[in-house]
Ligand binder design. Sequence first.
Ligand SMILES: NC(=O)c1ccc[n+]([C@@H]2O[C@H](COP(=O)([O-])OP(=O)(O)OC[C@H]3O[C@@H](n4cnc5c(N)ncnc54)[C@H](O)[C@@H]3O)[C@@H](O)[C@H]2O)c1
Length: 390
Amino acid sequence: MSLSSPVEKRSAQRGTAPAERTAPLLRAAILGTGGVAHLHAAALRSLSGVELVAAADPSAEHLAAFAEAHAVPFRYTTLEELLAAQPIDVLHVCTPPGGHADQSIAAFAAGAHVVVEKPAALSLTALDTMTRAAGAAGRGLAVVFQQRSGTAAAHVKALLDSGALGRPLSALCQTHWYRTAEYFAVPWRGTWATEGGGTTLSHGSHQIDLLAYLLGEWSAVHATMWRQQHDVETEDLSHGSLVFASGAVASVVSTVLAPRESSLLRIDTERATIELEHLYGHGHAHWRITPAPGVDEETSASWDLPEQEIPSGHDALFAEIHPSLIAGRGMPGLVAHPARALEIITGMYVSAREGRWVSRADLTDPALRGGLAAPVIDGRPGTPAGPPAG
Ligand SMILES: NC(=O)c1ccc[n+]([C@@H]2O[C@H](COP(=O)([O-])OP(=O)(O)OC[C@H]3O[C@@H](n4cnc5c(N)ncnc54)[C@H](O)[C@@H]3O)[C@@H](O)[C@H]2O)c1
């Protein structure tokens, strides 16, 4: 394999295998220095062997505040300037969604791995292009779905995968978040062209991704999109039914209209009920596993969460990704299936558009992979198109 990344070249120059070298092993940069970038920088700081060497943002104000807060040595206005000036091993893409695809592709071309914020792209077509570019460059692509991370999700996934809990039958996947009009005043939010989708994509995707991480491949989805309150183009509420390849059926609700916010998963299997209630991240206390009648105590005790606890979050996610890159193993299994949540959500928008069940196989049609826009039923009083009659 050619030595195309800075970490591999430095390793070769020193004549050491990546795992044997000392810091700094991985040169990271952050593109986009707004809200979420601060979580990335804080998480990177907690990792040994990783150095945040550069950041870029056309907003001088954001960039200066960010670089000061996180002691970033090199600052640029554009990604092109950054990539021309700095050899980078991994680029963290923290910009609005519309730029993610082109920015990731430019980073791959420069030999960097990419950790891109959700949503990875505005369409499956764009994500396909990113995945192909990563493959062509021999680099890895990770989408930030940090709720997969932490010891509880790993434990529950292992229990489900082992068959210990029996067949999953029924699930709830609910994102009840609250966002004000000020939140949507940011120019890129609330439109199909710039945000890509509404609350299903921007907020619900975390729980949808976590449910699919736990239950595996999906097979079909049916959904309706609603605008109940906000003056936006996209939906602020969606309801869906999601069927998994295992046969499990999930009811999926995503909304930004919930004054008491909560994120909720529930999976009923043949032998147990798994419940998770949290908001933006989970630790062990947020999970509960209740055995079905007839399961003996010794068995249900063996399902207890482990004593060692790592909560979910950007820290926990990057603690899996970056050491794996440093060791030369590429992206870890934790970030496998980067497109799955976007596939399910694309299926939901297609379903709302065409008023039918959409199967995973349907989405091989390029015409359905190209975008997310769907008609939204306006449920606001006095709006011309109210909810369907009858
Ligand atoms: N994983 C999570 O929990 C989580 C949380 C919040 C946001 N996000 C995602 O992170 C992304 C950014 O969200 P945010 O809330 O930080 O947005 P933001 O608007 O606060 O910040 C975006 C930053 O990107 C900069 N930017 C815009 N175009 C750029 C370009 N071409 N090159 C470089 N910088 C550019 C802007 O100036 C701004 O500083 C979105 O995709 C969002 O969905 C994820």
